[in-house]
Design a protein around this ligand. Structure first.
Ligand SMILES: Cc1ncc(COP(=O)(O)O)c(C=O)c1O
Length: 525
């Protein structure tokens, strides 16, 4: 078997084709030096850049950054990799939002583990596509093993669990509702196959029930699936912001009373804003009685699958028919790294298509593992590799300890906020998010408090010393900590709260003075 041409043949070829020939820029053995050189340049630049990152964001405004793109001609390449890298530094790296910074506390973006980063390079270089065996080989087996591992962590019994890596929670939730819809039709509408025949006439009456705090990707999925966004019925929460099972039962009864057809319930195992966890055991009981598909959206809460301290908070997740897990939220994995799992692999059948050129039925009969049969995507990145390397190098306990650390930090932050008269905190954290707002004792007017907190968030973004999020609850504006970095300390939190207070006081003072003061404040920030 030939493993490649002798080096002198390549060298000769290079001379003939000239330095600018595209063949000299391909990733292959003869260009190994170029690969090593450019990779090292990137590593060097990133290391230098990281050393300079003192805050999670430079604070640049969209218009300011956009101005730097003026005059760039994509039809005219720069003359070297160095020049392109230097340009990129100015256009992107200098003003990027850095999730690894301990004072990045805005959205569900985690810092990433080094073995996962190294795996990204391998995945990019080998460039497997995990759709068919003949494009991936071992990559398919690695992904499959990780799906089995995740299924066991969830507690899916019976050896029938299966799944696939996806681009994120949005795609996983779409798959969940697709399966719920199609399996309802097969089971309750005389074997109606949506896959072949399209939607049945009853589809406009299908309803999916989810907590009012569930992620908006459910509405998006319902819309894509031809059910309409209004098919998602929001269910009220209990005082801990988990779905109320009594409210769920009432909502199902209401649906049936109105002639609607409930087909599924989504339990959120870690809501985006509150980190609250729906009481899945109670919801599963209702679903069994009502004959409904139960999907667990553990996009955020999946970190508990490797937690030794707090695993019990998602006890009962194994009762779900399907689950979303986002390793890129709570497993220290780079975007994208996510998976969709089902308890019973037979339910994935409605995703399977066979193309003669790619995955003919004969291959299925020969038991050739082709993951494309379970996926919405065809060509698909080997995203499983980073999780694989993280588990092989660090092990699950270390990843779990990182998640435990941020849960503990959220608990301590809650105590800090409760003791501080300048702040109102909305809830006891279940995971690692906290909703709070700056509310000095002498400010009570609701609209003023909204404006104040929304201004604080803007000033924070403009200065970039720390990044936090803002959201609305009960019609009012709140600030939000999303803590995912085990490197963040209570001291960092205190620093951010001091910033919030400083911006807030500045805004209130400026507001009570003259318009020029507001202008000066805006300029300073
Ligand atoms: C609970 C929940 N589900 C789903 C999603 C969507 O995940 P993704 O952004 O990976 O598509 C999110 C995102 O924040 C989420 O918080």
């Amino acid at each position: 078997m030939s493993r490649g041409k002798p080096v002198h043949v390549f060298a000769e070829h290079r001379r003939q084709s000239g330095a600018d020939d595209i063949r000299n820029h391909l990733f292959n053995a003869k260009n190994a030096d170029t690969f090593a050189e450019t990779s090292l340049q990137v590593v060097r630049l990133l290391s230098e850049r990281m050393a300079l990152v003192e805050r999670p964001f430079s604070g640049i405004l969209p218009a300011e950054l956009a101005a730097m793109f003026d005059g760039l001609a994509l039809d005219q390449p720069l003359d070297s990799f160095d020049a392109a890298l230097e340009e990129l530094d100015g256009l992107y790296l200098r003003d990027a939002v850095y999730f690894h910074h301990p004072r990045y506390m805005a959205h569900l973006n985690c810092p990433i583990a080094c073995p996962a980063v190294a795996a990204e390079l391998i995945a990019a270089v080998v460039n497997s596509s995990v759709d068919t065996w003949d494009q991936s080989a071992g990559a398919t087996l690695i992904e499959q093993r990780l799906i089995e591992w995740t299924g066991r962590r969830i507690g899916f019994a019976g050896g029938q669990a299966d799944g696939v890596f996806t681009s994120g929670g949005t795609q996983s939730n779409l798959m969940a509702l697709l399966l719920a819809r199609d399996n309802y039709c097969l089971k309750y509408l005389n074997g109606h196959s949506v896959q072949r025949l399209g939607l049945p006439v009853q589809a406009s009456r299908f309803r999916i029930l989810a907590s009012r705090l569930a992620h908006f990707s459910l509405q998006k999925a319902a819309s894509i699936l031809g059910l309409g966004a209004d098919a998602i019925v929001p269910v009220d929460c209990d005082p801990n912001y988990g779905m109320s099972s009594a409210a769920l039962q009432a909502a199902i009864d209401d649906c049936r009373h109105m002639g609607h057809i409930p087909i599924a319930v989504v339990a959120t195992m870690g809501t985006t804003d509150f980190g609250s966890i729906d009481p899945i055991g109670d919801l599963a009981h209702i679903c069994r009685l009502e004959g409904l598909w139960l999907h667990a959206d553990a996009a955020y809460g999946c970190g508990l699958l490797v937690s030794r301290k707090y695993r019990d908070r998602i006890a009962g997740i194994e009762q779900a028919d399907s689950t979303t897990v986002d390793f890129h939220k709570s497993f220290l994995q780079p975007v994208s790294c996510s998976a969709f799992l089902v308890k019973n692999r037979a339910h994935l059948a409605c995703l399977a298509y066979h193309a003669d050129y790619l995955n003919p039925l004969s291959q299925a009969r020969e038991n050739t593992p082709n993951l494309v049969c379970k996926s919405l995507q065809t060509t698909r990145r080997f995203d499983a590799l980073k999780l694989w390397m993280s588990l092989r190098v660090l092990g699950p306990d270390k990843l779990g300890e990182a998640f435990d650390a941020v849960i503990d930090l959220a608990r301590d932050t809650h105590r800090l906020l409760e003791r501080d008269d300048d702040f109102e905190v909305l809830h006891q954290p279940m995971l690692s998010t906290l909703l709070f707002r700056y509310r000095p004792v002498d400010v009570a007017e609701p609209k003023l408090l909204d404006d104040l907190n929304s201004a604080i968030r803007k000033m924070m973004m403009r200065e970039g010393q720390a990044l936090i999020a803002a959201t609305r609850e009960g019609g009012r504006c709140y600030l939000k900590f999303t803590l995912l970095n085990p490197d963040t300390t209570l001291m960092d939190i205190q620093t951010v709260l001091d910033l919030v207070r400083r911006y807030g006081q500045g805004w209130l003072q400026a507001r009570s003075c003259e318009p020029e003061a507001l202008l000066r404040l805006a300029e300073a920030n």
